[in-house]
Design a protein around this ligand. Structure first.
Ligand code: SF4
Length: 280
């Protein structure tokens, strides 16, 4: 039993070390100032740059002993124009996906090549939401189709013991806007009906919102991501926890923010595990 546990733990530590490396999160390394004594040199040698240290494992492993993450009450909903949110969406998956593929409810239908319908496990307890399709996603009909974005997203999943096939992945707005613009607030409001139905059908136990549009859509707010991330929120009346964090695309341009994403995901993972253990 102990042997099995140590093998599993080592595998987990190796996996985390790999994910931290791919995500570009720097691991803790002891620094020495000035001339090093033989004893210090010996210590330095023991802090292998490849093998994860005990301190890395301790900080990376989600622990039941760690306090619950900070939880905030739902943010006030933004002003909704009812005439724009009157989109009727089917209650069942096949009809929902069919309607999505031919949707012309907002001006974005004129610019897209195809609608990005969600993908993955419809029974999953994990729902990941990203902002809206970029040009590659619009052309290929898949979310995160090309590296390095794909590799980074998969590393993020891997760090949580997840894979693309074990989550459900969708977009807050399903069609690609031309000229590198973001979807307007009106377009977001119209498309939100689809996201709401997906959440209703999947009934996830944890939602990760990647990016500001995803966060604003799922929280029905116009507050900025930087004020929302790092804390758990809850989805309307269904009490589903939501962790907002940065979009992988943003991390490619601002790698220094990867640590914050790592911290956000740790919080989400801990809360998920503690909720799960509490229900068993
Ligand atoms: Fe329809 Fe949403 Fe695409 Fe607008 S963005 S056309 S509402 S699927």
């Amino acid at each position: 039993m102990n042997e099995l546990m140590s093998v599993e733990t080592q595998e987990y530590i190796d996996r985390l070390a790999h994910c931290l490396e791919v995500m570009g999160v720097q691991r803790w390394v002891r620094r020495s100032i000035g001339v090093e004594s033989p004893h210090q040199e010996q210590e330095k040698a023991s802090l292998s740059p490849v093998a994860p240290t005990a301190s890395v494992a301790a900080s990376a492993l989600p622990s039941a002993a760690v306090a619950l993450p900070h939880v905030v009450t739902p943010e006030p909903a933004r002003e909704i124009n009812d005439s724009l949110t009157a989109l009727t969406v089917p209650a069942a998956w096949p009809e929902l996906q069919q309607q999505l593929r031919t949707c012309q409810a907002c001006p974005l239908c004129q610019d897209r090549q195809q609608v990005l319908v969600g993908e993955g496990d419809l029974q999953s307890t994990w729902l990941f939401i990203t902002d809206y399709p970029d040009a590659d996603e619009d052309a290929q009909g898949q979310i995160f189709p090309v590296p390095p974005l794909r590799a980074l997203f998969e590393a993020i999943l891997h760090s949580m013991g997840l894979k693309r096939t074990t989550i459900y992945l969708t977009m807050a707005v399903k069609c690609h806007p031309l000229k590198s613009r973001s979807p307007s607030v009106k377009e977001q409001q119209i498309c939100r009906a689809y996201l709401a139905r997906e959440i209703e059908l999947i009934q996830p136990k944890m939602i990760i919102a990647l990016g500001s549009v995803a966060t604003q859509q799922v929280l029905n707010t116009q507050q900025e991501l930087k004020t929302l991330r790092g804390q758990l929120h809850f989805y309307e009346k269904q009490n589903i926890p939501i962790m907002p964090t940065f979009h992988p695309h943003y991390l490619l341009h601002r790698p220094i923010e990867k640590r914050k994403v790592w911290q956000d995901l740790q919080q989400a993972y801990r809360y998920y595990q503690q909720s799960k253990n509490g229900n068993e």
